[in-house]
Ligand binder design. Sequence first.
Ligand SMILES: [Zn+2]
Length: 202
Amino acid sequence: MRLKQGMIVYPGNPEFNIKQLKSIPADSSNLSEVRMGVHTGTHVDSPLHVNNKGVSVDELPLNYFYGKCLVIDLTNVKFGEGLRSDDFKRASIKQGDIILLKTRNSGTGFKAFKKDFVYLTEDGAQYLVDRGVKTVGIDYLSIQKYHTGYCASHCVLLDNGLVIFEGLDLSQVKEGRYTFIGLPLRIIGAEGAPARAVLIED
Ligand SMILES: [Zn+2]
């Protein structure tokens, strides 16, 4: 996702703010300050996000953020509904894959926060755990149902040693195999961090 003033954030999270502190010619250089939550735009959730004993984002091996990737088109699933294990049965998921879930969330343009976004159910998350997936990404600002009230698919994934990408914009991406790269900023002790994520066509 592009980071800009006024962009959508998950309700209750800090707004993205960029301010120019110095500018040419009054100053000798241009200098900007950014204020944002670490779960803004495209970002990584580390286990510390949902578990005080979990590791922070800077401690995660780089292996989670790079590698063979399968984008699964799930745009048939309606708003307000969750992705279930049955939705993944037709996909050729391999052990060690990075799985990106393309839903109709990507078609919204991310202009206003949509509470009935398509999410990943616990059953769907468990299926991906059982298939030996290392990283799961989704095209909205949370991977679990809005206001679940407890740790649902976040915990199924993170407590089982998987890493989560949220806020991916997959609107221009077709289902298929790619190489994925998405390196989060190495913020010491943080439970998440923004990342620049890209897919490379094989
Ligand atoms: Zn997050």
